[in-house]
Design a protein around this ligand. Structure first.
Ligand code: NAP
Length: 173
């Protein structure tokens, strides 16, 4: 990872994105997640454990217990005085990504950070949630189908309260 990559917006090897999004891209509401899917939280933990995770300040604020253990937590904010216990803070996304060079790194949201990082990621771990949420207020950017290859797609599963979801792993062409 280096600044040349960032300037040209080229995908960076080792930089992935992980998200749970409804079909219209909805990912959040009122500063929080919209759903709780325990299998999705388990998958998130398994994929990110031991690696670096980069998030926007609002997503950081939404974490119920602060820094996620066992991972290098990296927070992006424009606030030069911001400090976050258990996390490294950067004032630009580029600097945050650059600080992770050589390490497996996941962009974990939210909407602002996903949108800016989209051109730079080479893998996308998507949990597609098959439901609609008209009151959602945070959205994942469009996934342009011809830019990605589906590397793995699991069968649609269902939570005990009937919410349907699917794990889909995408690799940039
Ligand atoms: P966000 O992306 O988490 O954070 C936005 C903040 O990041 C900005 O206010 C700013 O912080 C900082 N920032 C953004 N771009 C920056 C840049 N280029 N340089 C420096 N700092 C920058 O917030 P959001 O878009 O509102 O998303 C939050 C929502 O997404 C919540 O509802 C959350 O639950 C949801 N979410 C969903 C998922 C999912 O998988 N479904 C995952 C993560 C989050 P300052 O204001 O401090 O300057």
């Amino acid at each position: 990872m280096n600044n040349n990559n960032l300037i040209t917006n080229k995908p960076i090897a080792g930089l992935s994105m992980i998200v749970a999004a409804a079909e219209d891209g909805a990912i959040g509401r009122g500063g929080d997640l919209i759903w709780r899917i325990s299998a999705d939280l388990k998958r998130f933990k398994a994929l990110t454990m031991g690696h670096s995770i980069i998030m926007g300040r609002k997503t950081w604020d939404s974490l119920p217990k602060g820094a996620l253990p066992g991972r290098r937590n990296v927070v992006v904010t424009r606030d030069k005085n911001f400090s976050a216990e258990g996390a490294d803070v950067y004032n630009s996304l580029e600097d945050a990504i650059d600080s992770c060079k050589g390490a497996e790194t996941f962009i974990i949201g939210g909407a602002q950070i996903y949108r800016q990082a989209m051109p730079m990621v080479s893998k996308l771990f998507l949990t597609r949630v098959y439901a609609s949420y008209p009151d959602a207020d945070a959205f994942f950017p469009e996934i342009i189908a011809n830019e990605w290859v589906v590397a793995n797609e699991e069968a649609v599963a269902e939570t005990s309260d009937g919410l349907r979801y699917q794990f889909i792993d995408l690799i940039r062409k």
